[in-house]
Write a protein of this length. Structure first.
Length: 387
């Protein structure tokens, strides 16, 4: 079977970078270094600390190629983490080796929807942390700005600040913004509320897509069964269930009128799979008609599936038959990702040595026609991110 990565310019729309240890300490005054995210070595392990509290460890989300399973075995220090996870030149070399043209980049430390910074009582410090990350990202992607795609983190707890940061980072070359998929989990108005309309308007005017990464809401209650179930089993359960958060996110955007009010705004459901999309949209269309939504909102001029086709996108990285069916139904709305270097990423390691992204794509997608393959591997993403 012909290798698809040799035939198409592949754009990987969801990857993460392991933030270097000095992202915040190199950009903020020394008097704040203990309060902002910084690395401390404790019992021989590199961990992220802020305000005296543990907020994570780089090894947890740097698992590609690691012969171990969370939480018992992770890279303990930066010396154990591949440079391609935190150095831009090494990331570009990885792209060349894997036959990938470009990658879209998301954070780790601040949370997938930037929710960690809402826990800081000093909102001016929280804003400074967000801006420091975005400035770091500008520098990191400048090594190859058409191959390393910057996605702006937003201080979503203040819509005016979020709009200002969108404009600031757009001027620096960022190609999308990342927004919390469940802002109500952080005490903010729900996603469909008109409170957020200034942000959607700013993104639409700037031609920037808005990303909603899974896990952007509060995931705390999903870990309640750890003692009974086991840590790794529960982690696998949670990793499956967080897709449901983005089903909620997408339906909020459609039923809440965001798509109708902002018809040129592109909305991307990130790391949430795509197999559920045909069934969800069929359900939404059925309930839309039976629920009399058109009577309550006569301004809505499309069905949910039509709003989706016009402006919403989903991303996948491991599904096979389910992804092929979604592509058959919605070829213009599906994007390919690898999730590198997260624990569930599509990337080779000692446990799955043959599972290179190109092997998976060729096996799972190779039977699709060339026009569909070009869309899912390149053209859809190139259009969204201006590549």
């Amino acid at each position: 079977m012909t290798d698809l990565f040799d035939r198409f310019r592949v754009i990987d729309v969801d990857t993460h970078l392991t933030e270097p240890a000095d992202v915040w300490t190199s950009r903020m005054p020394a008097r704040l270094h203990d309060r902002v995210p910084h690395i401390e070595r404790i019992d021989g392990k590199d961990v992220w600390m802020a305000d005296g509290g543990f907020i994570g460890a780089p090894g947890f989300y740097s698992m590609a190629g690691w012969d171990g399973v969370l939480p018992a075995s992770i890279p303990e220090t930066y010396d154990d983490i591949a440079p391609s996870m935190y150095e831009p030149e090494a990331r570009v070399a990885l792209l060349d080796a894997e036959g990938i043209d470009a990658q879209v980049l998301y954070p780790n430390v601040g949370g997938f929807g930037n929710g960690y910074f809402t826990t800081l009582s000093d909102r001016s410090l929280a804003l400074a942390c967000v801006q420091a990350y975005n400035d770091f990202l500008t520098d990191w992607t400048s090594v190859a700005p058409d191959r390393l795609v910057a996605v702006t983190a937003l201080p979503f707890w203040d819509v005016d600040l979020a709009v200002a940061e969108l404009h600031r980072c757009h001027a620096k070359g960022h190609r999308a913004v990342n927004f919390c998929n469940q802002p109500s989990d952080h005490g903010m108005p729900p996603l469909a509320h008109r409170h957020w309309d200034p942000l959607w308007a700013a993104a639409q005017e700037a031609g920037l897509s808005v990303s909603f990464h899974v896990g952007g809401g509060s995931m705390g209650t999903q870990f309640e069964d750890v003692a009974e179930m086991g840590w790794m089993t529960n982690f696998a359960k949670v990793s499956s269930l967080i897709f449901l958060d983005n089903i909620r996110c997408v339906t909020d955007l459609i039923f809440g009128g965001v798509c109708h009010r902002f018809p040129d705004l592109r909305l991307v459901s990130v790391e949430s799979g795509v197999g559920w999309i045909p069934a969800m949209l069929e359900t939404c269309d059925w309930q839309w008609r039976n629920g009399g939504v058109g009577d309550e909102h006569p301004e809505y001029d499309l069905l949910p599936s039509e709003y989706f086709q016009r402006q919403i996108y989903g991303c996948f990285w491991f599904e096979e038959e389910a992804a092929v069916e979604a592509l058959r139904r919605y070829p213009d709305n599906i994007l390919y990702e690898t999730d590198y270097p997260h624990p569930t990423c599509q990337h080779p390691g000692p446990r799955t040595p043959a599972q290179r992204p190109r092997d998976y794509a060729t096996r799972a997608l190779g039977g699709l026609p060339d026009d569909v393959l070009d869309k899912v591997l390149h053209a859809n993403a190139a259009r969204i991110y201006g590549l």
